[in-house]
Design a protein around this ligand. Sequence first.
Ligand code: ADP
Length: 347
Amino acid sequence: MATVDWPIVLDALPDAAVLLDGYALVAGFNAKAAELFPQLQMRVPVSALSRNPDLLLGIALVRRGGEQMTVQFSERVPLERAMLATLSNVSTTSASTAAPALLMIIRDLTEASRIDRMRTDFVANASHELRTPLASIIGFIETLQGAAKTDPAARDKFLAIMALQAQRMKRLVDDLMSLSKVEMHAHVMPRGEVDLNHVVAHVREALEPLAKAEAITLTSHPLTGRALVQGDRDELVQVFQNLIHNAIRYGRSGGSVSVGIERAGRSLRVRVTDDGPGIAPQHLPRLTERFYRVDVAASRRKEGTGLGLAIAKHVVQRHRGELDIRSELGNGSAFTVTLPELLIEKQ
Ligand code: ADP
């Protein structure tokens, strides 16, 4: 029987792989394993790679004659990592103790576990956000059926509160649906042709009354000529609606919000700037996470759902663009969307 060329086999494997000999010393490994375990060297005992008791027990069992087993284990140093090892007996009867005896294939589950945790956190957060207004509505229904049954003034007041809570639930469900829709099509580039000058003008018109109510001067600086991108108009309207609406509600009452469109190389850049209180640096990297808010109570008061920037980021990514956030406490904020310009050949 031909002998196995282990280095070639190890390099051909899609996951990290480590080969042990009959003494449980490292007899070979591939580049992916070296990446996962920087301390890995030839001829060191397997315990130099990991001291995890479950893994070491699994290796001992397979060495004592087991055929194959899988062990899930985690390492804390240098980084917290979850891994799955498949241990297979590869010894041949004629081989010496120094010959390859056990093959460990290790899959890094860290990213998959992180995504799993994010999903569970998301469901927990969404349920919590829906539950609060729902509990309030149920409470008022009970009051209306009981104590307030014959009190028209109380009834009107409670119905008004219930309407507000129901609207809050509707906003949340609408945002959740938008988010799930963009996520579903995350890897499909939208096909439409959209002029960002028109999108910004449309959003500006819709939000002008809100700006007026806050005595905010809302100005826009369109690009001369057309500002064309390939995209989905409704989704892009939602992006700029979220950004401009945020600039108005978190900006300075009596201040100004400006929306500028400019060309930067082969891209178009839309920047929404406000002169509000700004955002402390530690919050900036987390703002686009779902339900992340600098001040939860303030966001609720201003009818926020905590999903606006998450939706904006997903839509922009689906359009092969970028969302950049700059802010300084006391110096306002600037949210910039960069999208590839759609160049139409002149006939
Ligand atoms: P929300 O529905 O709470 O507004 P977003 O995802 O749109 O959710 O925004 C997340 C948080 O980012 C907001 O709650 C607010 O704390 C902060 N934020 C967003 N835009 C601005 C801004 N222009 N100035 C200051 N803070 C902002």
